[in-house]
Design a binder for this molecule. Structure first.
Ligand code: MN
Length: 202
């Protein structure tokens, strides 16, 4: 059985960037829907056994995403994506990204954190329709920004995803309506860089 993750903060902790009302729907309705769907879909498939293995839920989801299609791919992908998304945020007071392997690599490739953030937001704004913008690392630790449509995840391309912004309208429409660029730019205020850095180093 797949489980709905607990949010590592209160529903109103990310305001005004993400309202409690948006989180209530996004986590409690949208993500829960994907979890309920996948739990029904895997019954009687080869994935059912994997769910009862020793592997972490994240590893199981990534394995399904790499090797499935259709409804199972869509629901497993959306659970993997949302789990990473919700767990990378913290209330507005979190410290900025500090000097470390990730910051060094960002400076090496983009020149500054601001230049990276500008390109990341532009890629999110430029993604047509629903999907996700991701920062991932390749096998050599180089960083790459990708636009992934629908429920896709960079693990499909053999990359290690470390940061993502959800650009489905359900992620921001209650708070920001059509102002996707403003919403994405505001998300930097709640990114928990400690989590992102840990993903990069593991
Ligand atoms: Mn979403």
């Amino acid at each position: 059985m797949f489980n709905l993750i607990q949010l590592p903060y209160n529903l109103d902790a990310l305001e005004p960037v993400i309202s409690a009302r948006t989180l209530e729907f996004h986590h409690g309705k949208h993500l829960k829907g994907y979890v309920d769907n996948l739990n029904k879909l895997v019954v009687g498939t080869k994935w059912e056994e994997l769910c009862h293995s020793e592997l972490s839920e994240e590893s199981v989801l990534a394995e399904i995403v790499r090797n499935s299609d259709g409804a199972i791919f869509n629901n497993a992908g959306q659970i993997l994506n949302h789990n990473m998304y919700f767990q990378q945020f913290a209330p507005v007071s979190v410290p900025e990204l500090v000097e470390g392997p990730l910051m060094k690599q960002i400076i090496k490739q983009w020149g500054s954190l601001e230049a990276f953030q500008t390109e990341f937001v532009a890629k999110g704004v430029g993604l047509f329709g629903s999907g996700w913008v991701w920062l991932s690392a390749d096998k050599d630790g180089s960083l790459v920004i990708t636009q992934d449509p629908g429920a896709s995840n960079p693990v499909v391309k053999g990359l290690k995803p470390i940061l993502t912004f959800d650009v489905w309208e359900h992620a921001y429409y209650l708070d920001w309506q059509n102002r996707r660029a403003d919403h994405l730019s505001a998300l930097w205020r709640i990114v928990n860089w400690d989590v992102v850095e840990l993903r990069y180093k593991r």
